[in-house]
Design a protein around this ligand. Structure first.
Ligand code: IPM
Ligand code: MN
Length: 325
């Protein structure tokens, strides 16, 4: 059975790392029915379109989406990030952003980042703009449904792992309302999962733990913004952001899920051969696993982790991994 996969190679190093991911998928023997989408800075600068409704409707009918990177110095910050990346997360209801980090012996953790709410929801506004009395507010949206479905996913994730340990990361000492909801939902769902050991850490302390004692973490569940920041840090302590993969999941499978490296478009690396394709390759492995190609996914993960290291240019690293699978 072939899988219909939309590829959004995107901007900057996106096309370079996606090419390597596709090379490795081919080497693993998985045949995909690929549809390429021209989305990102080039299309926006050419036509003014960010995510046309017809394209979104088409993407919604696919089995999965593989994305390279979005963003360009030629486009004002936020237009593509909010208009394309966040729009896809919201409209396709990709409510979990799953980000695994592995750097033996200390780091073997996965962050379950809520992906549709929090400050990312865009609540707020500016009043009296440009006057001395202007006011900017940016609310954090936390619905019981949104928090609960994310926390439930995290408990299931913890149950599927050997350690069965789940840490809630928040800032309940200051964020009294949002923190209260997260903590109550977490405790309620925990009561249904006596087999999962739980812990709590404030987000600032969690940053110290990630650097000093990352082995304490197994599965971490947190809100959208904390998850964004924490996963860059987790990447930095486990081989760098060039190897950090992510899955934006619609666990209900009412539509496709989207797989992308945690890193951005890195315009300074374009054409230098210095872009690390490992994050895109590991994201592709997560996609194959999600599509039911568990064997190919495991072979790719094993090839990436194989001792002997991965050196060379973008395409040389791709060749090495493709050779190993
Ligand atoms: C990420 C990115 C995005 C985010 C940006 C580009 C909108 O940093 O996927 O982590 O903040 O979620
Ligand atoms: Mn980020």
């Amino acid at each position: 059975m072939s899988h219909r996969v939309g590829v959004i190679a995107g901007d900057g190093i996106g096309p370079e790392v996606v090419a390597e991911a596709r090379k490795v998928i081919d080497a693993a023997g998985v045949v995909l029915d690929v549809v390429d989408y021209d989305l990102g800075a080039r299309r926006y600068l050419r036509t003014g379109e960010v995510l046309p409704a017809a394209v979104l409707a088409e993407l919604a009918g696919l089995d999965a989406i593989l994305l390279g990177a979005i963003g360009s110095p030629d486009v004002a910050p936020g237009i593509l990030e909010r208009g394309l990346l966040l729009e896809l997360r919201f409209r396709l209801d990709l409510y979990v952003n799953l980000r695994p980090f592995l750097a033996p012996p200390a780091v073997d953790l996965v962050v379950v980042r809520e992906n549709t709410e929090g400050v990312y929801a865009g609540e707020g506004g500016i009043l009296r703009k440009g006057t001395p009395h202007e006011v900017a507010t940016q609310g954090s949206v936390n619905t019981r449904m949104g928090v609960e479905r994310c926390v439930r996913f995290a408990f299931a994730q913890a149950e599927s792992r050997a350690r069965r340990h789940l840490t809630l990361v928040h800032k309940t000492n200051v964020l009294a309302y949002a923190g209260d909801l997260w903590q109550r939902v977490f405790d309620e769902v925990a009561a249904e999962h006596p087999d999962v050991a739980t812990a709590y850490a404030h987000v600032d302390a969690a940053c110290i733990h990630l650097v000093e004692t990352p082995e304490r973490f197994d599965v971490v569940v947190t809100d959208n913004l904390f998850g964004d920041i924490l996963t860059d840090l987790a990447g930095a302590v486990s081989g760098g952001i060039g190897v950090a993969a992510s899955a934006n999941l619609n666990p209900a499978r009412t539509g496709p899920s989207l797989f992308e490296p945690v890193h951005g478009s890195a315009p300074d690396l374009v054409g230098t051969g210095r872009a690390n394709p490992v994050a895109a390759i590991r994201s592709a492995a997560m996609m194959l696993e999600y599509l039911g190609e568990a064997d190919a996914a495991a072979r790719i993960d094993k090839a990436v982790a194989e001792p002997g290291g991965l050196a060379g240019s973008t395409s040389e690293i791709g060749d090495t991994i493709a050779g190993r699978v």
